[in-house]
Design a protein around this ligand. Structure first.
Ligand SMILES: *[C@@H]1O[C@H](CO)[C@@H](O)[C@H](O)[C@H]1NC(C)=O
Ligand SMILES: *[C@@H]1O[C@H](CO)[C@@H](O)[C@H](O)[C@H]1NC(C)=O
Ligand SMILES: *[C@@H]1O[C@H](CO)[C@@H](O)[C@H](O)[C@H]1NC(C)=O
Ligand SMILES: *[C@@H]1O[C@H](CO)[C@@H](O)[C@H](O)[C@H]1NC(C)=O
Ligand SMILES: *[C@@H]1O[C@H](CO)[C@@H](O)[C@H](O)[C@H]1NC(C)=O
Length: 798
């Protein structure tokens, strides 16, 4: 994972401390020349985005109101003009400015301000995956597939917020594409030539430049992708068919994205991800504001920060306004797993995607010299050891340089290995947190001929195929233990590494990636996150021509396609599928699209056993949400749990926002026509948001029932009758009333209540337990499934 939610390097370095404004403000005994920092001031919504001629003057007025407002705090309009580097004037109301802490605090007290927060950095969190998802067979599109039904997403526009785009990639060729949709209002900036496929390319860097990192690293002002991540994610979402795509010959086949017929637009908000990936809140908000205005249908966001309150963070705010404008926003869950409570992008209007494997592997074996054992690992290294010649095997700890610590040597950090011990040998390194490919480079520099990368306990069986710079393979934890024991027990342990090949229809698949961030949702535990899982391990997709496949400075190789892993890679799979659903059902809301994908997901693997996590232990909805995406089924879900503005406002009310604040969120236009019942006397519960999954984090141990309300809309062809079936979580009784829903016509909506009760003497206090609820129609054609997640009591740690 390089940056973003791709390799373990990026959507995982998300643990930057959340600098709460309040906390920092209590330390105000500072000299008068206080340091200035950049902040986002969020004022809610407005809708100056789409009215044509009136637009410009309205936006000008909004901008002036920001100057006036900040001017009243800073003393003059001129000072305000100097301080503000973004005015959000289209759909998002607010601005980004360079301010002193005291000024920021004063602004935050103003009644029209929803939040003021530091402009922080977010991290960036193929050829086979679509066949694995059942949309083609042996390179042929299946006639009943969602691809055929949705005409590959023709007419839909998918955007991403990422590192930009490499427009020369074959995935963005426009041969045979239809015209640019007339409603499109986006543009292509410096150095990017657009066509009928790639219809937008804009960059946003003022927020990045306003941070210290920005000052240190000037970047060319262009949406061109200097990293590769954005090209990879955008082509995964909607790249066109490119035959003969492969990485060093591996995984050869026709590359394509989820919605190959859709148009795409790149919004570059991440700069220098290889030096620590910086995607600033202020730039993210500017990109959302532009994308809403431009007319995208789906936004794919493979980046995130540590979980934080919704209105103190760019992705949650930007996506709120996008969803209110009918745009589906799909985001990566993060790569901070397998620890519990690490999932990010948790807002209920986001569609949050975890990562799992598919049935393709790139096996490369470690063979012991006495042929007692062949250990299977995975690799995409183009270099091969001459077969049948054995090389000495050594553990990296044994090869420690005198000036390095045992820990550094264990993980093969740069400069930690002794050349005299490593020369000509195959070195076994532990995986740890540093980028996997860098360990290969350390071994290579120290004169080693091969690398075996061994997992630690937490990463278990998750093997990732990387484009290593020397012959290499990545083995499981238990195999790594065995290999080290062999080295330990044998006087002259030796062996070799076979060169990788491409294996298809491997089993079991999918299983959850250990790096994939896990629930519970620590911001609002009543909303289960992540929502879904999709392929995110060893995904082959288009790449930039500016860096090598490892993205490391020493990698001078150049490739057209690259294999990457991360929730950054699973997210655009779901974005592409959302685009197909938008083409198929143009009137569906973002919530209906999300519901269709969630309620048709499966939780079994290709051996018909429950999906497992990387250690082949039980995986749960905290890993995979509703399950593994099944696009063809999502096309015809039977029922949907829909949500609109009133539902989200009710949810905000349940979190404690009062009606005047809620009106601010909506902006002028929606204010009058979005009814919401938010009063001190009548507040809904967060559990009551009409979500396609149900999480009850605090069920009373006394046996007192808790009822959660839901409603479903019939999106089938005509009248339908559905009955419910429940797999109860352990120690919890669940009853659904009514237990049968009769729909007289398509489009009808019906309500029901799900009541939970702890079973005395049987429940597990403080522990999360999991169940399922499914509505099935009489013909057995539709099964509308929801995960149930319940905890009795409050839990030991919270
Ligand atoms: C990839 O497959 C295509 C079609 O089967 C073939 O023509 C091409 O030579 C293959 N390329 C590699 C590098 O194997
Ligand atoms: C140990 O010394 C070598 C040679 O001076 C240097 O290249 C290397 O970076 C040092 N290693 C560590 C871990 O400091
Ligand atoms: C190979 O080496 C291992 C470890 O030294 C030993 O346990 C095993 O018996 C050997 N197998 C053969 C076939 O010699
Ligand atoms: C996954 O496996 C690990 C062991 O490596 C275990 O601790 C964890 O609980 C499992 N996670 C889930 C969600 O089952
Ligand atoms: C709503 O909440 C805001 C911020 O907490 C507060 O300033 C305002 O007075 C409240 N309004 C009402 C009508 O309660």
């Amino acid at each position: 994972m390089r940056s973003m939610h791709s390799s373990l390097k990026n959507h995982r370095v998300l643990l930057a401390p959340v600098v709460l404004l309040i906390a920092s403000l209590s330390l105000l005994q500072r000299p008068a020349s206080a340091e200035k920092k950049s902040y986002v001031v969020y004022l809610g919504g407005h809708s100056h985005g789409r009215e044509g001629a009136v637009l410009a003057s309205n936006q000008e007025r909004a901008k002036n109101s920001h100057y006036r407002f900040l001017g009243s705090v800073l003393g003059s309009k001129e000072k305000a003009q100097d301080a503000i580097f973004y005015s959000y004037t289209k759909h998002i109301n607010g601005f980004a400015a360079t301010l002193e802490e005291e000024e920021a605090m004063e602004i935050s007290k103003h009644p029209s301000v929803i939040s003021v927060f530091p402009n922080r950095a977010h991290k960036l969190h193929t050829t086979r995956s679509w066949e694995f998802l059942g949309m083609e067979k042996g390179g042929r599109v299946k006639p009943n597939s969602i691809w055929a039904k949705a005409r590959f997403g023709q007419g839909v526009i998918i955007g991403n917020l990422d590192t930009g785009v490499w427009p020369e990639a074959g995935s963005f060729d426009d041969d045979g594409m239809g015209p640019v949709p007339a409603r499109w209002r986006g543009v292509c900036q410096n150095q990017v030539r657009c066509n009928r496929k790639l219809i937008g390319a804009q960059y946003f860097n003022k927020g990045y430049l306003a941070t210290l990192a920005g000052e240190a690293a000037a970047s060319p002002a262009t949406a061109r992708d200097t990293d590769g991540h954005g090209t990879h994610t955008l082509s995964t979402a909607a790249g066109r068919f490119v035959p003969g795509a492969n990485l060093f010959g591996y995984g050869n086949g026709t590359a394509k994205g989820g919605a190959p017929g859709a148009h795409v637009a790149a919004y570059k908000v991440c700069w220098h991800p290889r030096a620590g990936s910086e995607c600033a809140d202020a730039d993210i908000l500017a990109a959302f504001d532009a994308a809403i205005h431009d007319g995208v249908d789906v936004l794919s966001v493979s980046l995130g920060t540590s979980p934080v309150d919704y209105f103190r963070e760019g992705v949650a705010i930007g996506s709120f306004h996008a969803v209110m404008n009918g745009i589906a926003v799909v985001a990566s869950a993060g790569n901070a797993g397998p620890r519990a409570g690490t999932v990010s992008n948790t807002a209920p209007w986001l569609f949050t995607v975890a990562a799992s494997t598919m049935d393709r592997e790139f096996p490369a074996y470690v063979v012991f010299a006495n042929h007692s054992r062949r250990i299977k690992g995975q690799s995409l290294s183009p270099d091969r050891l001459p077969d049948n010649k054995h090389y000495p095997l050594i553990s990296s700890e044994e090869a420690k340089a005198t000036n390095a610590t045992a820990q550094q040597a264990r993980f093969c950090m740069e400069g930690s290995l002794d050349k005299t011990k490593v020369e000509g040998k195959i070195v076994v390194c532990m995986r740890g947190k540093a980028p996997r490919v860098e360990k290969g480079q350390s071994v290579h520099r120290a004169g080693g001929v091969g690398l075996v990368l061994a997992n630690d306990e937490a990463t278990g069986n998750e093997m990732i195929a990387d484009a290593h710079v020397l012959p290499a393979t990545h083995v499981t934890y238990s195999d790594g233990v065995e290999l080290l024991a062999y080295i330990e027990a044998t006087t002259f342990a030796s062996g070799y590494i076979t060169s990788p090949n491409t294996a298809l229809e491997t089993k079991p698949a999918p299983f959850m990636a250990a790096f994939s961030s896990q629930g519970p949702n620590i911001v609002t535990p009543q909303i289960l996150k992540p929502d879904i899982t999709a392929p995110g391990v060893s995904i082959l997709a288009a790449f930039t021509g500016l860096v090598g496949p490892t993205s490391l400075p020493f990698d001078s190789r150049r490739v057209l396609f690259n294999s990457e892993s991360g929730t950054s890679m699973s997210c655009p799979h779901v974005s592409g599928i959302a685009g197909l659903l938008k083409a198929l059902h143009p009137d569906w809301s973002p919530a209906a699209i999300k519901s269709a994908i969630m309620t048709t997901a499966r939780v079994q693997d290709n051996t018909r056993k429950p999906m497992s996590n990387s250690s082949f232990l039980r995986a749960t909805p905290f890993g995979y949400g509703a399950g593994h995406v099944q696009p063809n089924r999502a096309a015809d879900p039977g029922l949907v749990y829909d949500m609109g503005a009133a539902d989200y406002l009710g949810f905000l009310c349940s979190l404690g926002y009062n009606s005047s604040v809620i009106e601010t969120f909506m902006g002028d236009d929606h204010r009058t026509n979005t009814p919401h019942a938010c009063t001190a006397r009548r507040r809904p519960k967060p559990e009551d948001l009409n979500y396609p999954s149900i999480a009850v984090p605090h069920l009373s141990p006394s046996g007192k029932p808790l009822a959660v309300s839901r409603r479903v809309r019939n999106v089938g062809a005509g009248p339908a009758s559905y009955g419910v079936r429940v797999d109860e979580p352990r120690g919890v009784s669940v009853s659904v009333r009514p237990a049968r829903l009769e729909f007289a016509a398509a489009g009808e909506e019906k309500e029901f209540a799900v009541t939970f009760r702890a079973r005395q003497g049987l429940y597990l206090p403080g522990e999360y337990v999991f169940g399922r609820m499914a509505w099935s129609d009489a013909a057995g054609r539709h099964h509308v499934r929801s995960p149930l997640v319940v905890r009795v009591g409050r839990g030991t740690a919270s």
